[in-house]
Design a protein around this ligand. Structure first.
Ligand SMILES: C[S@@+](CC[C@H](N)C(=O)[O-])C[C@H]1O[C@@H](n2cnc3c(N)ncnc32)[C@H](O)[C@@H]1O
Length: 225
């Protein structure tokens, strides 16, 4: 075994008992938190980059160092790919993973604000997101932290409105099972399967978990177009 990453430990043995009530609460409420200036600026720059773009856009939210963003840009050369992460430290490390592809950007921004700005944009044609990736989000495994998980957060209505195709990966199966329960309330059907460890790792976190002998999981959600 090359890695020593610890498996996710939680007092939860299944879907959080309050999950459905929390998801329904956020379906009824509006997020009025002010948008951070740095995310507004990053959003404006990306929207400008897409202003004359007619093709598909792929989103890689919480992309970390952007290895997966560069990988997606290589895999889909006919699309434009945007990687977003709030950590300047991680985004600044992207140069190690940079490729010669010029169809992608890795930007520092808070996805909570970015998703809201995308949804509210008057330029909806720029934000036709063909596929959205959310790879190894922080699990927040304590039951008391449930609302920090994306599917039980106030950001879920925006996340669900962005794309009819979503892929979420995690090394904690319960995270994805909960995601599927939550997404079903937005008419998104989800399928969960094992990530094949024989394939090259998609992201540094996937690599770390696989090197430690952990099973990684993949949820693919399909919603209404
Ligand atoms: C466990 S890491 C996974 C990174 C990468 N996707 C991977 O698999 O290697 C989770 C990432 O989510 C980012 N993140 C957490 N909350 C965020 C937010 N509100 N906006 C943008 N990025 C966020 C963190 O900065 C971190 O890079």
């Amino acid at each position: 075994m090359r890695g020593n990453s610890r498996t996710v430990e939680s007092q939860q043995s299944g879907v959080h008992e309050k999950l459905e009530a929390i998801v329904e609460k956020y379906q009824r409420t509006e997020n009025r938190r002010p948008i951070h200036g740095h995310t507004q600026q990053a959003f404006d720059e990306v929207e400008d980059w897409l202003s004359d773009w007619q093709g598909e856009v792929i989103l890689d939210s919480c992309c970390g160092v952007g290895k997966s963003t560069a990988g997606l840009a290589q895999r889909y050369p006919e699309a434009r790919v945007i990687g977003i992460d709030k950590s300047a430290l991680r985004v600044n490390k992207h140069q190690h993973y940079e490729t010669r592809q010029n169809n992608y950007q890795v930007v520092r921004a808070d996805v909570v604000d970015f998703w809201r700005l995308m949804r509210a944009s008057s330029n909806q044609s720029a934000w036709h997101i063909a596929a959205h990736y959310l790879l190894y989000p922080n699990p927040y495994p304590k039951p008391s932290q449930v609302q920090k998980r994306w599917h039980a957060s106030q950001a879920m209505p925006d996340l669900m409105a962005l794309s009819p195709r979503l892929e979420v990966r995690s090394n904690w199966l319960i995270y994805l099972e909960e995601f599927a329960v939550s997404a079903a309330k937005y008419a998104m059907q989800c399928d969960i399967s094992e990530v094949n460890p024989e394939q090259p790792a998609f992201t540094p976190f996937e690599e770390k978990y696989q090197d430690s002998g952990q099973q990684c999981w993949r949820l693919v959600g399909v919603g209404e177009s």
